[in-house]
Design a protein around this ligand. Sequence first.
Ligand SMILES: Cc1cc2nc3c(=O)[nH]c(=O)nc-3n(C[C@H](O)[C@H](O)[C@H](O)COP(=O)(O)OP(=O)(O)OC[C@H]3O[C@@H](n4cnc5c(N)ncnc54)[C@H](O)[C@@H]3O)c2cc1C
Length: 278
Amino acid sequence: MTEPAVASSDATNIQSTITEDGDDLVLNGHKHWISNAGHPHLNICIFMGVDAKAEEKGLGRHNRHSMVLVPIPTEGVDIIRPLSVFGYEDAPHGHCEMKFDNVRVPRSNLVHEMGAGFAIAQARLGPGRIHHCMRLIGAAERSLQLACERADSRFAFGSLLSEKGVVVESIARSRCELHQARLLTLDAAKKIDEVGAKNARKEIAMIKIVAPHMAQVVIDRAITIHGGIGLSSDLPLAHQFATARFLKFADGPCDVHISQLGKMELQEQRKKRGEGRE
Ligand SMILES: Cc1cc2nc3c(=O)[nH]c(=O)nc-3n(C[C@H](O)[C@H](O)[C@H](O)COP(=O)(O)OP(=O)(O)OC[C@H]3O[C@@H](n4cnc5c(N)ncnc54)[C@H](O)[C@@H]3O)c2cc1C
């Protein structure tokens, strides 16, 4: 989905084009941050683009995008380079910059139907977000475990780190915040099971806002307890910290979720007051 030329947090901005040509579709566009595009087993990708004749056909902003399956390799597909995250390459999977130059695929490669791309993206991204939150909880849990082990073995200024109030407090705060995020994630998962991802938008937005921030804070505290070595690649903490930071962007920036959640809350409160304002 994501393109360097446009603000891709708003998927309606996507500019890559899909041109219908008889029994074929012709794809053109420039993408970046395409996760797993560097995977050695990659043999198919999903291309999201706008109908090249959207204006002519009078299509709206939410029904002019489609998704198309593109086998790899196909002539015209260029995987240019993996982008790094804080210097980490995330090899061999990578998050790649890609170009699609007159890529021709059969119309049968269309996912669902022309114009369904935006709806498919919305349906897939909701449940996808909760997986990232579960991974973040795992990363934070591991960081806290490492922090406790280190605090119980490192001796400074006459006592173990685990005997210093400031360290004990940071461990206690990490446990509270981790548990809060875990319960919020379990609650969102339950809601998705019960009413589907569409009706669990509020819960999904809440964990997408809370989990990456929690993980960053908990991992940061673990780094502090480890001292300088916490920043090195000898331990998983620095990489996990970078991952927590990029998950504030992946599957939609937290700010967008904050904005949508705030609007949903305002609407619900207005409804409770009997005011119809949208
Ligand atoms: C490691 C990594 C992996 C990724 N993997 C993929 C992938 O596999 N496939 C894919 O398609 N994309 C992928 N992405 C891209 C990611 O989804 C986008 O970076 C994200 O959607 C934001 O788009 P953008 O970078 O164009 O930022 P922009 O859209 O330019 O947004 C920039 C900033 O504007 C602000 N903003 C925007 N809208 C609002 C709003 N409504 N309210 C308040 N603030 C707002 C936010 O602060 C936001 O961070 C990945 C990104 C990273 C970093």
